[in-house]
Design a protein around this ligand. Structure first.
Ligand code: UGA
Length: 445
């Protein structure tokens, strides 16, 4: 049986490790954050992700999932090591690879046999090859070899466990038989399930990850631009997306107009691929346009609220209830969430802002420190809307469907409802209580 090591217990590492342990592998997950490791050993997940905690607990109970803060332990007990540390964006948009190199150094220092090293984090093109060259150098004069492969992850937050159990595809960038054979063993279950596999070189695998995320970002920005135009010309963006999606060359997916994309992936990865393009003398105009359109979208959402609610050209004296802080539902992640910029925009125009989010408030209080004391956190959507002039629904949490609309509407001072996700478009039982402002249509009666 293969012994698997995972370095980094963020979204990717933790979910990957937990899922592999559910297949019976002995998995050791390592992180430098000792407190996190302690909690993980008690079966407590540091992130909110449906199904993850159950998986962690069953791996711990079965004894084939181990958490450690020791790099030596994970390196020396594993045949294959997945690098799953963060690659956040630097100020200039390029990817910060310092965590990756910390881990690579630890691998080189503690290596005690032949190992397959797999880049699982999103890493700029050429990183896996650089890691291989670096480790080759470090291992010169020893009997050991490191076979470096790239195996990007395509899971979505909120659906991370189910995406890992049944991925859309497995992409393996490997240039040695040892690496290919090892990854075939690790993904034996997926091979049996007929999940599509693509074997290629390392640079291509790295590019596939950036290309996929950038393409999805382009799709969203495209539909968002058309949504803005639709509002002006009397068209309905949801019907446009449906009509376009009927062509299977286009597909209906990722054509949901909204307040702009957020999260820890699209904003960072689009910037990073533009940076890689520039460093290689190729300007990526399409991706750059998607980034610019996304910024415009967030700003437009604020102007729309302002134009509708303002008196005397400002929002002074207006109270806005923001529902949803996370960048998407079923996660507690608020990184690059459009909610942040929309709240900033509303505050900047003088509005009082109350917020409610089923999972995002703890993180917001911790990380959006500049908002502390300037916004009011509430315990429910109903409390948030009390005496508000408008609701601004930013994240499509399912629980919002069960809201008591009559009670909410009667508790408000105004009756504007900006639905940035078109969650209630066409739902008369909700719309009867409000003046409804969807995205990408002047009305949805
Ligand atoms: C994204 C990709 O979908 C995953 O395949 C990839 O593995 C992941 O990044 C990653 O690189 O780790 P994620 O960031 O979890 O996953 O979330 P998405 O579901 O892709 O949504 C991203 C943003 O786009 C959200 O703010 C969402 O609200 C927005 N979005 C998505 C839209 O505005 N419209 C859509 O039609 C779809």
């Amino acid at each position: 049986m293969v012994n698997v090591g995972v370095m980094g217990t963020g979204y990717v590492g933790l979910v990957h490790g937990a899922v592999l342990s559910s297949y019976g592998f002995r998995v050791t997950c390592m992180d430098v954050d000792k407190q996190k490791i302690e909690r993980l050993n008690q079966g407590i997940s540091p992130i909110y992700e449906p199904g993850l905690e159950e998986l962690l607990q069953s791996g711990l109970r079965a004894g084939n999932l181990v958490f450690t803060a020791s790099a030596q332990q994970v390196v020396q007990t594993s045949d294959v090591l997945f690098i799953a540390v963060g690659t956040p964006a630097k100020e200039d948009g390029s990817a910060d690879l310092s965590y990756v190199w910390d881990v690579v150094q630890q691998i080189g220092k503690h290596i005690n046999g032949h190992k397959v090293i797999v880049s699982k984090s999103t890493m700029p093109v050429g990183t896996s090859r650089s890691i291989a060259m670096y480790l080759d150098g470090m291992l010169r004069g020893t009997p050991y070899r490191a076979h470096v492969a790239s195996n990007p992850e395509f899971l979505r937050q909120g659906k991370a466990v189910s995406d890992s159990l049944s991925p859309s595809r497995v992409v393996i960038g490997a240039e040695s038989d040892e690496a290919v054979q090892m990854l075939k063993k690790v993904y034996a279950t997926h091979l049996e399930q007929d999940v599509p596999f693509l074997f290629t070189n390392r640079e291509t695998a790295e590019m596939i990850k950036y290309a996929s995320n950038s393409f999805l970002a382009v799709k969203i920005s495209f539909i968002n631009e058309l949504a803005l135009l639709s509002e002006k010309v009397g068209a309905k963006i949801q019907d446009i997306a449906t009509g376009m999606g009927m062509d299977d060359r286009i597909s209906p997916h990722f054509l949901q107009a909204g307040p702009g994309y957020g999260g820890s992936c699209f904003p960072k990865d689009t910037q990073a691929i533009v940076d890689v393009g520039r460093k290689n003398g190729e300007e990526l105009y399409v991706v750059r346009a998607a980034i610019a359109a996304n910024e415009k979208q967030k700003a437009k959402m604020v102007s729309k609220i302002e134009e509708t609610l303002s008196f005397d050209g400002t929002l002074k004296g207006r109270t806005v209830a923001v529902w949803g802080l996370t960048f998407k539902p079923d996660t507690d992640d608020i990184r690059y969430s459009p909610s942040y910029e929309i709240i900033q925009g509303l505050l900047g125009r003088g509005a009082a802002v109350k917020v409610y989010c089923p999972q995002g408030m703890k993180q917001a209080k911790l990380y959006w420190t500049d908002l502390n004391g300037r916004i009011q956190y509430c315990g429910s959507e109903a409390e948030c809307s009390q005496q508000a002039d408008a609701i601004v629904l930013m994240t499509e949490w399912e629980q919002f469907r069960a809201a008591n609309w009559e009670k909410i509407a009667r508790g408000m001072r105004g009756n504007a409802f900006f639905d940035m996700r078109n969650m209630f478009a066409g739902d008369a039982s909700v719309l009867q209580w409000f003046k409804y402002y969807p995205v990408g249509a002047s009305e949805y009666g």
